[in-house]
Design a protein around this ligand. Structure first.
Ligand SMILES: [Zn+2]
Length: 275
């Protein structure tokens, strides 16, 4: 069987003896590049959906602060209460309240915005997948955002079931938010937003966050129950190093990286992972 480029050339040129100019461009074209990548920094209605308190900040805090500075409205959604996010069982009765306060403080550091708790218990998303999907549809349809941020559920080696489950629920809701008969109880359909995955292994967008990176770290450390001082040192160093590496790719000091896709990438487009 002829390779795709040869087949395309034959289909376009017939005999192939007199290839018009432009055929080379068709043959060289990559299918992955046919769909444009949405411009994250042009978005003005932004919805950031995290499995747990602190995930939005770790994955996208500096970019969210930058977007707010550019005039965007950012709404924050947290799916679970973070109730088991500790190695210290003595925090059993107090951790949910602590994490609520920490989340609110972190959002204030980054510039504010509405905060919605979906009300699921930590580590239960996998078992409550259908309810979660409905809740995410509802959040997206009520906010009608230009873009939704969440963890990349396709990240290889991700072990946390809440991250995988939440990311897939958001992906499904983004790709079908405009279908009125899908999840009809989750509100009227809206234009499908773009999706921006953080914590991605295949970024296609790097945002200059040199000016807001310190605010990201400050917001993260507002989650004091999650980051001890030694952990702050290690994680802060890792994140700054990684941001510098992403920055080199786009000629800035520090950058956060995302996989940004349109709704068209999210169904039956096997090139999306390399788009
Ligand atoms: Zn998490």
């Amino acid at each position: 069987m002829a390779p795709p480029a040869a087949a395309a050339r034959r289909a376009i040129c017939g005999s192939g003896y007199h290839e018009p100019e432009g055929v080379a461009r068709v043959a060289d074209m990559k299918a992955a590049e046919l769909l444009p990548i949405p411009n994250l920094l042009a978005m003005r209605r932004v919805l950031a959906i995290a499995p747990h308190p602190d995930d939005n900040e770790v994955g996208a805090g500096a970019t969210l602060a930058k977007l707010i500075g550019l005039g965007a409205r950012v709404d924050w959604v947290v799916a679970t209460d973070g109730a088991v996010g500790t190695l210290d069982p003595s925090q059993r009765d107090s951790l949910v309240d602590t994490r609520r306060r920490e989340q609110e403080a972190a959002i204030r550091v980054l510039g504010g915005g509405g905060l919605t708790w979906l009300g699921f218990a930590d580590m239960t998303l996998r078992d409550r997948r259908a309810e979660l999907t409905t809740a995410v549809f509802s959040a997206i349809r009520s906010a009608a955002p230009d873009v939704v941020l969440c963890p990349d559920p396709f990240m290889p080696y991700e072990s946390h079931p809440d991250h995988r489950t939440l990311g897939m629920a958001v992906t499904e809701a983004v790709s079908m938010a405009h279908f009125p008969m899908v999840e009809p109880d989750a509100g009227p359909p809206v234009e499908p937003p773009a999706i921006a995955y953080y914590g991605t292994a295949w970024p296609n967008t790097r945002v200059d966050v040199t000016a807001t990176f310190d605010a990201k770290l400050q917001a993260m450390w507002a989650h004091a129950s999650q980051f001890t001082k030694p952990a702050q040192q290690v994680l802060g160093f890792y994140l700054r190093t990684r941001a510098a590496e992403h920055g080199v790719e786009v000629g800035v000091e520090l950058a956060e990286a995302f996989k940004v896709l349109s709704v068209w990438h999210l169904h039956f487009f096997p090139d999306a992972w390399q788009s």
